[in-house]
Design a protein. Sequence first.
Length: 264
Amino acid sequence: MVCKLRSRPSVHRRARRAAVLVLALVAGGCVSRVAPEPGLTAPRSAPAAARASGEQVGLNFWVPDGPAARVLSLQVPESDEGEPAEDAPPASAASRRATSADPDEERRYALLPGVALAPAVEEKVAEIADAYFRRTGKELVVTSGTRDPARQAEAMHELFRHGADVLGLYRDKAAAREIKSAYEEGLSTDQPPEALIEALEHVIRAQIDRGVFISAHLREGAVDVRNRDMTPSEKRAFLDGVEEVGGVLALEESRPPHYHLQID
């Protein structure tokens, strides 16, 4: 009995050493060191300071002395990873600076594929887009620019197909009626869309040969800007920008929703 009582402290020491060894192995090779007692730990900034100085940061082990030697406390340093630096610029600001560094990316508007603008028209669009961006922080989307007769025929075919008031959209009512008659004639004979568009193109080309332009798009003087995603306040900001730039007439059309800009 006496021998067993004398060996108990030795058993406690071996158990404590074994526990420390097990946790060190679990840590997977992390740097370990003796940590201060609870309540005397360094402030939160200590890990960050250690990283800045190049010091290794790992797991801190605290093994209390005395009768409670069987208790092992594992302390993990608090990390500020994922918290943005106080002086770091917002992502949007950084992207704008990167954009402004490239002259080709300074435009505050986007062109849909296949859309082309004449230089004078593009200059006006850029001014309006800048004015709109200052007011809303958003860019414009140009859905249509200069059109050849084929593109004009496709655009008018879409208007007819959606039931738009084509005669009300165009100033030259006689030219609009002529194109509408060609559409209705092809529709009455169940022509496919491709044939209908070709018939409209034929009429538009004949009108151009006579010096008649149903749309300013055919003379590089018109642009369509998407507005289906604009709020009422953003529409007001857009029209204010058009007025600020001057020399542009804006007409809101609903099928499909857009602003038609007539450039003088």
